[in-house]
Design a protein around this ligand. Structure first.
Ligand code: ANZ
Ligand code: ZN
Length: 822
């Protein structure tokens, strides 16, 4: 029959792909085909696949399948990011072990991925919660520890009261927990960190290589802001009653003579230390009030400024001027040095504060604008230095250089660079993660677990209520596990009970894919260098300052250890849009969720994939309310009939040269345009071109040369080959109907015949004031801009326009340009 039966085809071809395994990568150095390494951000196994997965994996699959079709040696692996809180929360609810829920979901998802028909190498499968994987997390931790890049310190950390665990700064989104949405509070704790700040400069500078369309500009901008490099100076102020001078970081050392007061973060230990006895009561009341605010609230410019005078004075290191020291919440304890010189004339926050507490405002950069004390608006621009002793008369940049010279000469300051980026806090007080491979010994301190004792496995006797969040790790309750002999001296010691942030697991999984079963090292250096870095990385932009930053850091640290040969993990990054419904993100509370399995049951895998890809460019959101999987299914039926009819009417290998010329041209233009559209990652455009070819072939069969014409076969084969990127099942079946054995998906891409790309010209009429004044011969696919340019370049047309004003130009490419003059 010529009717396309999606469900039957899925079963037939899934079994065939499983048996023939057409999508295996070849590791051997002898394979000299061009290599392409395609990675889809791996899935978290929370239930079955959803519409979001369907989108990312459809996109990644087009890119991988394009590689396979072009005869490249493609590595397209699959894995699961399978540690994390949802599994643990499910285990607490169900009185079970997180592994049960995790591995059951993985099997469900794996089955759905197979049905979804993605072209992955199933022999490369990995799960981060396997001891065979997390062993190497521990190994990497110890390598970082050995280089001083993993360390413990006391500090104020972000604490999620709901999940009862600390969070990295990157996991706090607008003051809330990235996972559960609870408002994050600050707690003083001793925790493990990775020293990502050592890499701040390189993380920034190497982004230059990711520009130019390789990575989306939006992600680069977010990472730049997150790392936040500021050039400026440290300036040290003497404070009466204190031995050591107090440094401040400023980006405007040129305004030093305009500093009229000094502010310390209210929650910094320094504020506590500096507070004079008579101000103590007022200060403590204020500090208690500040502790309740989030960073976002504190930095909001809307909120009226608050603060307390600390009863002390600081001394300006160049002018000798004494200025009052205040504590306030708009200065943050963990940025710069947690204290600032306040220059109210030129910094809006300082001005708001000065006006509220009646502190002096002194202009030191004359910008020609009115006095800030009168307008309430600080002047931040360039101008001429005034009231500034040796700086008077200079411009801003010269003044910055001069004052830094003066400060350095006197030893009271120096030019410096400050970053917003903080070290990555990696300890978590939860169970379902990688145990930190350190033993705490009363005599030896922090002792690494020797490599040959890895992995430190999670104890398997904890489950259900044992895992309930307590504020300390559930591992602390596993006393048999915790109590060990010190690997250094043999004395009784205790294991570290925290587990690692699961973003550690995802920071290097793309390296593990190259040799996922290796048990002597995290990865085979030779294979990683052969495949890496990843050519195409596909995933969501919610990872801009999380996973994508951490993976870059890991790659650089591994490079420095001589373990990999490149410093950037992902050459090209594609962020897919979201699948939404009725203009909104799908959610339980809105009741607008769409079930992927249900859509597949209704329309088939091919139609769902095609719908995702045809909806628009891959970066855009897909609103499921605006698309029509039913229309996709109809199109696939039409395509299938063309392939089936051509297959029934002619044999493979038929020489196309004698076929219908018009259809042959359409076919070769399709090859040409689909290729260009795929290269440009405009998959929707590619699909539109295939649709046009199906229409042209249909016409040729019904009212042209008929199904047996060699040009119809040629068209039908190109339809099968190009469709295989988007709708793999129908493509395979069509290919078989066309008389071919073996998969359509590998090595069948064709080159367009240049002789068939030459297009017949069409005639374009150019009117001036509604009269035809010239006729141009143009290409049928000419752009509107180009056509307008050609029309105005015509001397005849120019003659009729004369000196008249052009009121309007109507362009209808390729046939008409109408110029309205008045
Ligand atoms: C004096 C000054 C004068 C400043 C002026 C600005 C303008 P970025 O660019 O973000 O690095 N600052 C320093 N440490 C701070 C902290 N812990 N909390 C809040 N603000 C802090 O900002 C650097 C500027 O932010 C510094 O330069 C300092 O104010 C302030 F006309 O110093 B400036
Ligand atoms: Zn010891």
């Amino acid at each position: 029959s010529d009717v396309y039966d999606a469900r039957a085809l899925q079963e037939k071809w899934q079994a065939r792909w499983e048996k023939d395994a057409p999508f295996l990568a070849d590791d051997s150095p002898a394979d000299d085909r061009p290599r392409r390494y395609v990675v889809d951000m791996f899935a978290y196994p929370s239930g079955d696949l959803h519409m979001g997965h369907a989108e990312v994996y459809a996109i990644g699959d087009v890119i991988a399948r394009y590689g396979f079709q072009r005869g490249e040696n493609v590595l397209h692996p699959i894995g699961w990011d399978s540690f994390g809180l949802p599994a643990e929360n499910a285990a607490i609810r169900n009185d079970s072990h997180p592994a049960a829920w995790t591995y059951a979901n993985i099997e469900t998802q794996a089955e759905s991925f197979r049905r979804y028909g993605i072209s992955v190498d199933w022999t490369r499968r990995l799960h981060t919660s396997d001891p065979e994987y997390y062993r190497w997390n521990q190994w990497m931790f110890l390598r970082l520890f050995g280089r001083g890049l993993a360390y413990r310190k006391d500090g104020l950390v972000n604490w999620c009261p709901q999940d009862q665990t600390v969070l990295a700064n990157e996991q706090v989104v607008q003051g809330r927990c990235e996972r559960c949405g609870a408002e994050v509070v600050r707690r003083g704790l001793n925790q493990w960190y990775f020293r990502i700040t050592d890499y701040a400069d390189r993380l920034l500078d190497d982004m230059d290589r990711l520009e130019g369309g390789n990575w989306p500009d939006e992600i680069l901008t977010m990472q730049r802001n997150w790392i936040g490099r500021s050039h400026g100076a440290d300036v040290r102020f003497e404070i009466d009653g204190r031995e050591e001078a107090v440094p401040v970081f400023t980006t405007r050392p040129d305004t030093l003579y305009g500093a009229t007061f000094f502010v310390v973060a209210a929650d910094a230990p320094l504020a506590d230390e500096l507070c004079a006895p008579e101000q103590r009561a007022e200060f403590e009341a204020y500090r208690a009030q500040v502790a309740k605010l989030s960073d976002i609230e504190r930095q909001s410019t809307e909120r009226p400024k608050t603060g307390v005078f600390l009863g002390r004075y600081a001394v300006n290191p160049v002018s000798g001027e004494r200025m009052p020291v205040w504590a306030a919440d708009y200065v943050l304890a963990d940025y710069g040095h947690g204290a600032i010189m306040a220059v109210p004339a030129h910094d809006q926050r300082d001005l708001d504060f000065a006006l509220k507490f009646e502190l002096p405002v002194r202009v030191v950069v004359d910008t020609g604008e009115p006095h800030p004390a009168e307008t309430g608006i600080a002047t931040a621009g360039d101008g001429t230095l005034v009231n500034s002793g040796p700086l008077d008369g200079l411009g801003k940049d010269e003044a910055v250089q001069r004052i830094i010279g003066i400060l350095e000469e006197r030893g009271t300051g120096e030019g410096t660079v400050n970053f917003r980026l903080r070290d990555w806090l990696i300890s978590r007080q939860r169970f379902w993660g990688t145990p930190i491979p350190i033993v705490h010994c009363p005599d030896c301190g922090e002792v690494p677990v020797p490599d040959d004792q890895l992995p430190v496995r999670l104890p398997d006797d904890l489950k259900g209520a044992d895992l309930a969040p307590k504020g300390v790790s559930p591992l602390a309750a596993a006393t048999d596990w915790v109590n060990v002999d010190c690997p250094g001296c043999g004395a009784p010691a205790k294991r570290d009970t925290d587990t690692m942030d699961t973003f550690v697991d995802s920071s290097w999984y793309f390296l593990r894919y190259c040799s996922p079963n290796l048990d002597t090292a995290p990865f085979d250096r030779e294979l990683v260098d052969r495949w890496g870095p990843v050519d195409n990385y596909i995933g969501g932009k919610e990872h801009a300052t999380l996973h994508l930053l951490y993976a870059r850091f890991f790659t650089k640290a591994l490079y420095d250890m001589g373990l990999v040969g490149f410093t950037e993990p992902f050459k090209r990054l594609l962020n897919q849009g979201q699948v939404i419904n009725q203009g909104k993100a799908m959610s339980k509370s809105l009741g607008n969720g769409v079930d992927l399995g249900q859509e597949i049951d209704n329309y088939g895998v091919d139609a769902v994939r095609l719908t995702m890809l045809f909806a628009g460019p891959p970066e855009d959101d897909v609103d499921w309310a605006d698309v029509s999987p039913g229309a996709s299914l109809k199109f696939l039926n039409r395509a299938f009939r063309v392939m089936a009819q051509a297959g029934a009417a002619s044999e493979p290998g038929t020489e196309p040269a004698t076929g219908d010329l018009a259809l042959r041209k359409a076919t070769h233009q399709t090859i040409d345009k689909v290729t260009a559209a795929i290269e440009a990652q405009r998959f929707n455009v590619a699909i539109a071109r295939v649709m046009e070819l199906v229409t042209a072939a249909r016409k040729a069969i019904d009212s042209g040369p008929g199904a047996a014409d060699p040009a119809v076969r040629e068209a039908a084969e190109v339809i099968a080959v190009t469709l295989s990127l988007f709708a793999p099942y129908v493509a395979e079946e069509g290919w078989e109907r066309l008389g071919h054995s073996g998969t359509v998906a590998v090595g069948n891409w064709r080159a367009a015949d240049p002789a068939l790309l030459v297009q017949d010209a069409v005639t374009c009429v150019v009117q001036v004031a509604s009269k035809v004044r010239d006729k141009l011969q143009v290409a049928p696919d000419i752009s509107e801009e180009e056509l307008e340019r050609l029309a105005f370049a015509s001397e005849k047309v120019q003659g009729f326009i004369g000196g008249k004003e052009i009121r309007k130009v109507v362009v209808r490419a390729p046939k008409l340009v109408n110029i309205v003059v008045g």
